[in-house]
Design a protein around this ligand. Sequence first.
Ligand code: FAD
Length: 460
Amino acid sequence: MVSIPDYMAAEWEAPIESGPVPESGTNFDVIVVGGGPGGSAAASYAAMAGNRVLLLEKRQFPRDKVCGDAVGGKSLRIVTELGVKPLIEKTPHNRVTGITFSSPGGQQITCSLPLEEIQNKEAGYALPRLQFDYMMFQKATEHVISAGGSVIQNFHVKEVIEEEKQIKGIKGNIRKGKNKGEFIFLAPLTIGAGGFNCPVATAVTKQCHNEPMRDDKHYCEAYREYWVDVEGINTSQEPIEIHFIDGVVPGYWWIFPVGENSEGKVVVNVGIGMVTSELKKRNVKLKSLQKNIIKTNPIFSKKFKSASMIKGSGKAAQLPFGSPRKNPPSFQPRRSAMAGAMCVGDASALVDPFSGEGVGNALLSAKIALKYFDKEKHKDGFPVDLSEEYMKEIWNTLGSELSNSYKLQKMVKKKWLMNWVIGKANKKKELKDLLEQSLSSKEAQEELKSTWKLLRLLLF
Ligand SMILES: Cc1cc2nc3c(=O)[nH]c(=O)nc-3n(C[C@H](O)[C@H](O)[C@H](O)COP(=O)(O)OP(=O)(O)OC[C@H]3O[C@@H](n4cnc5c(N)ncnc54)[C@H](O)[C@@H]3O)c2cc1C
């Protein structure tokens, strides 16, 4: 297990003091299950709106979270609103100003954002989730406690309390320490932010609506390790790398510089992800696939010749993609809310099916969800019609980008096409410029989504 790697500075090593544990049976305005980025953002927004919040997290911060560690530009507005941005900027991080892509044929292209545009535009960050999530949770704890709420770490939510299709609270336990025991907490609104296996999401989908929660065609497995001494990566400000290489497409292999260790060596997040149904079809293990690339790929074996993996950093996890379902039983991409509950982030399956990014959508969905709750109007329970409005707004906001990314995920399966696109972008300035601008500009990202514009750039 990666506890606190030695490259982490003392600032985020200290346990977060989360205050006294409320008595079992206590009522709150909002209960938030899970203290990742989605849950921390939801708890913060709820507390900032004057609600008495209970934030529950099954682990103790600081804690590692398996991830590529890229916090995309979409997150910036929200981390700013929550007061987390200055904390990030004070700690070591990579401001992502460039991305290198490579195709199965070995062609590479690097797109970079001009330096003068970095501050003004939405260039994202790459920094270990151990660090990012710590700052998010610490800020959420401050917001919640100052609004009269409570935060409990090491609290495992086991199930939701449901009566006549209305979620009324949760049951769970603290397994050790002086507060060890079973607890019940009640609230008119429960936010499910427990990630890909969230107990609230299970209740909202399977338990209460008999709808599927998991679908291998829309789930992804991913594996991550931390490395040092990777050749060509001399500072933590190098471009992040995404490689669509043979044997891995339609998934991809990534190399993201994320910071420096205490000896000044650049720490690199190296990982691989693939849609679960593809992985099962191929019967491969991601860990062995990654080992094989590092050992035998003609380009990457050289890059990793003198590199070493940080012991204990190899871990896998799952990503619930937000790709559109062919015949959704109710809402796209899957049901994420009902009377008394709304799910956010991975608990509502909002990970981008092409890039694998989920942090931005976790933050955004948390912000959207809390807009719908009013503690006075909803003191007898968050109503079903607003839960449906929430699901519709999420799909109206994110549906087109998630659908586009799903198309890109399918496109990447065609190796010849990837070779051609990257080859073309290397030769064609207009296409490379558009790719570069899309790192930070919403307008360029919109243009990239226009099939006609892309085709014109590729063909003519
Ligand atoms: C290998 C990998 C690479 C990835 N790379 C990227 C990337 O580079 N950029 C990006 O944007 N996204 C990436 N993602 C996706 C990203 O990690 C998720 O989308 C993001 O973490 C979602 O945030 P969340 O708050 O919804 O859930 P999580 O981050 O999973 O947080 C859920 C929290 O809930 C807690 N919890 C779970 N169950 C319970 C329970 N029963 N009771 C109490 N607490 C509970 C957990 O301990 C956890 O703290 C990657 C994912 C993987 C697996």
